[in-house]
Design a binder for this molecule. Structure first.
Ligand code: GDP
Length: 369
């Protein structure tokens, strides 16, 4: 089957019969793609040109097959997390399905965190977070796949620990795994953009294997879908607004109790009880924050969501899940995390509430900064 055509984005076999199946490409586009040496399936083509994603499903069978393959392998597991969304990057039960294989923890999107935050401190912080999640990585590396920061260092670290074994790269969707694999390929072979990357979950369809020097391979596994990612409740357009692209500039608010901050129209933070204090917010720089009185907040949201409070935009508010409230009594300086969106650092001794769209998690953790 030498003449089998494959999408250069996701690796799926090109076919023109089933638009819902992987690799679908209208017959008319195939020749055009070949002529330009850029044969993408329709899904990857749209993604590249319009930043649109068609959902992709890894069936449960495929997923289980993947997990047992990893457990039975003798491999180094490279576990990629998004430092900006650590909690949303957790793979439930990872320590069980990797078996005895060592895990190298890679904190990606290092470029999003303020440069003033010292990197060794950040590394300690993610190691602690991993430990709390039941993981004991052999080492932790911070990288920016997008900015090509510390990728050399990562490759050296992989060499150091793999000792002749295969390497499996795992991660939930959207942590930047494809971008990282692309950088690795670029570094090693000079082939650019071999894999489609996107801001939306579920981009990587097939396994992609990169040969290593000693005949072993580096395997890119499909992204694992984390059910509570913000990415699932926002439209592609809105996700572009809330997903940070650049170094985050913290914004500080001096709040009196009974004040509220709206985070666009996607989340809300209430300062319920405690002395007037400073609260530091970490969200995408373009995401608008609005301060109001807590007593007026419900009405304000009803009235202004879709205009002052966006995203979601006016035409989307009807489909947007209702915000649900969770209360936190904070003993020590902590981050209130709006999963996938960002966080607010709050001082010790306050009572606050986080409102997030139904299906998205809000949680408290030890302050990162
Ligand atoms: P995957 O689903 O894990 O394969 O994730 P992708 O590689 O498709 O990346 C998801 C999104 O994160 C895209 O918008 C990328 O541009 C972005 N991204 C990936 N790596 C980085 C990084 O190091 N820094 C920043 N700021 N964004 C990144």
């Amino acid at each position: 089957q030498d003449d089998e055509l494959r999408c250069i984005g996701c690796g799926a076999v090109i076919q023109s019969t089933d638009p819902a199946a992987p690799g679908y490409t209208p017959a008319s586009a195939i020749q055009k793609g070949l002529d330009n040496d850029e044969l993408y399936c329709q899904r990857c083509f749209r993604l590249r040109h319009y930043n649109e994603i068609a959902p992709v499903s890894l069936t449960d069978d495929d997923f289980l097959r993947l997990l047992s393959q990893i457990r039975d392998a003798n491999a180094l597991i490279v576990y990629v997390v998004d430092i900006f969304d650590f909690n949303g990057s957790l793979i439930p039960g990872l320590h069980r399905f990797v078996g005895d294989n060592p895990i190298l923890l890679v904190g990606n999107k290092e470029d999003l965190l303020p440069r003033s935050l010292r990197r060794p401190k950040l590394r300690d912080w993610i190691r602690q977070q991993a430990n709390q999640a039941g993981l004991r990585p052999i080492d932790t590396v911070l990288v920016s796949a997008k900015k090509n920061h510390e990728i050399d260092d990562l490759l050296e670290t992989i060499e150091k620990y793999r000792r002749g074994r295969d390497v499996y790269v795992v991660g939930v969707t959207n942590v930047g795994k494809s971008t990282l694999i692309n950088q690795i390929i670029k570094q090693r072979t000079g082939v650019q953009d071999l894999i489609t990357t996107s801001r939306f979950p579920g981009t990587t369809l097939d396994e992609i294997e990169i040969p290593l020097a000693d005949g072993q391979k580096l395997v890119d596994t499909p992204g694992i879908i984390h059910p509570h990612q913000m990415a699932h409740v926002l439209s592609a357009k809105d996700l572009k607004i809330v997903a940070p692209q650049k170094e985050i500039k913290p914004r500080t608010y001096q709040l009196d109790p009974a004040q509220t901050i709206f985070i666009g129209g996607v989340a809300r933070f209430d300062f319920e009880k405690g002395p007037r204090s400073g609260f530091v917010t970490y969200f995408d720089n373009n995401l608008k924050l609005h301060r109001t009185k807590l007593a007026n907040a419900d009405r304000f949201y009803e009235k202004h969501r879709g205009d002052l409070l966006t995203p979601p935009t006016a035409d989307e508010t009807a489909d947007f899940p209702p915000l649900e409230r969770e209360e936190f009594h904070v003993r020590q300086k902590s981050d209130i995390v709006f999963e996938g969106l960002g966080w607010i650092t709050v001082p010790a001794g306050v009572t606050v509430a986080a409102w997030v769209p139904k299906g998205v998690a809000a949680l408290v953790r030890k302050a990162m900064i």
